[in-house]
Design a protein. Sequence first.
Length: 328
Amino acid sequence: MIQRINPFAPIYHKINNGKNEEKYHKIIQGGGNALPEYLDVELTNLCNYRCCFCPTGTNAMQRMRGMMPDDVANAIVENVRKYHIAGVRFIRWGEPTMHPKYIEIMEHVKKAGALIHINTNGSLLDKEQMRRLLDIHLDSIKFSFQGADKGTYNEMREGGDYDRLLEIVRTFYELRGDREYPYIQISTTLTSEGADQIEGFKRDIGDYCDYYNVGYTKLNHLDVESMGIDEEKKEKIRRLQENEKINHKYREVCTEAFDKLSINWNGDVTLCCSDYDNFMIVGNVLDNDIKSIFNCNATKIYRKAIVNRQYGLIKCCRECYETIPLTE
C-alpha cells in the first residue's frame, strides 16, 4: 500500500513555526520584496448547499455573488508564474466545482508551477470530472463533511446527502487507484455527537482517504439576526450555540496575515480566510500584482495590530480562535 504524504506539508510546516513578531519584522526587513507562501482562491461565493453554520448558506454574506471571470483567473496564473508561488488552494466561500471552468483554471495554475488543492462538498463531482482532475495531476483534495452520520450531516447541510457523498468519495478513491496523487483528505466538524457516532464515521470513511480529522463546528461567532433565513432555522442555530462547548484561545501564530493572501472571485484580495464580507481588503489583482499587495501599507497596519494583540480593532480577529481536533 502506498504511503502518501500531503504535498502541502512542507509549506504548512514552514508557516506554522515561528512567531508573529518574527514574521512581521522579516516582512518589513524585506523592503517590499516579501511574498506569500501560497494563495487561497475563491472561484465563486455561490454554493448549492444551505448550511446553517456558513454565511453563504444563511445569506449573512452581503457582498456581490458571482463567478471568477477570465481576466482575474489569468492574473492569478501570471502572478503564480512570475513569483514562483509554491501552492494555490481553491477554497474560501462557495463551492468551487460550481464554476464552469474550475478544472481548466486549476490546470493553468498547475502548469504555472504551483501545487494545487481543492476543498469541495463533493456533490457535483461525476466520474468525468474525477478523471479530469486526475489527468491534470491534482495534488490534494479535501471532501468536507458535517456531523458524524446521516442524521447529523443532513441536519446541518441543507441540500446534502450523506450516503451519496460517501459513494462519491469511494468512487474517487477507486479511480485514483495506485497513483501517488492526489492526497485525499476528509474533514468534518461536530456539535454534540457522541463517541459512538465518531467511531461510526471513522469506519465509514477511514479506508477511503489518506487523512481525516474531526473537529468542532464553531457557531458562537455567528450573528443569527443578520442571517437571511426563517425564524425556525434561526432558533435551531441559537440552540446549537447554547450547547457549544469550546475553549477559546487566540492563535499563537497567524498564518493568514503573514504567510498568504486570499483572493475573492472578483480579484479582491483579503488578509484573512474568515473574511466573508470584505472586512480586510488590501487590493485587487487586476490593479496590482501580489507582491505589491502583500507589502502594501494596509497589510502593514493590520499586521502591526496583530503583533500588538490589538484583536479588538480588527473584525476578523475579534472572534478568531483555534480548537484542538477531536481526532486525526
